[in-house]
Design a protein around this ligand. Sequence first.
Ligand SMILES: C[S@@+](CC[C@H](N)C(=O)[O-])C[C@H]1O[C@@H](n2cnc3c(N)ncnc32)[C@H](O)[C@@H]1O
Length: 256
Amino acid sequence: MLFSNELSVIQQKMAASSAGIERRLEILKNLNFVKGQTILDIGCGGGHLLPDLALAVGKEGKILGLDPSEAQIEAAMTRCNKINNIELLRLPANKTNLQANSVDIVTSTQTLEYIKNVDSALEEIARVIKNKSQFVNVSILWDHFKFHGPENHLNELIHETFKDHCFHQMLPMELNMRLSRQGFENISSRGLPFLVTKRHENSPAKYSEEVLALFALKQGIPEDKVSDWRLQLSKAEEDGRFGFTSYPVITKANLK
Ligand SMILES: C[S@@+](CC[C@H](N)C(=O)[O-])C[C@H]1O[C@@H](n2cnc3c(N)ncnc32)[C@H](O)[C@@H]1O
């Protein structure tokens, strides 16, 4: 999926929602920071994680935010322009142009599943990260990314169409094996599932609904079907029977 202008704006609202905050907190809790470290965030998007990483490593440290999307890198520049030790790289994960063994920590959130040749991205991470250093990833089990409106045939139609939005629907299920092949050890995963029952401004459901609707229209689903789907979700919320579930997974590993 291309994170160009329209999608980039919705994605950044999603990153600012409760779901985005929770996964960033989880990543920060799972890292052992030392002042002066260099940290690479792969698929940094609008740069929401970068300021906290910069605080954690102090002025002597360095944060690299990498993303191939022009719109996302521009948003990250705006967010981080007052922080001197953040550098943004408009590059893909499998070609970072960084020196081998030059990074102390690599983080990535909801990005690896969008990369067709995910092994080439993992190989590049293993190349740039120092021995014994930490890699922390959050990816979503997309089979569990579901809207629970009352009309199941409409939910299913939209969910089915959305399957095409990324290359690896269930990446956390196979990430441990893929990391181990690249020389990582101490690999562990933990689910961070959630349910939301509201579609307000701080709810990931609001922005997920916008993304799915946009994607369905682009995939040729008729406008009236997409509007019907959104109307039934709105009615379900009014009736107190709306639900949206997602199942992110945090995976930690160290290079040997
Ligand atoms: C869902 S966004 C997540 C952004 C950010 N990590 C966050 O949690 O808010 C996915 C990001 O992956 C980026 N992306 C897509 N393909 C990529 C690739 N080959 N290498 C690095 N990033 C990529 C997109 O441009 C987009 O910004």
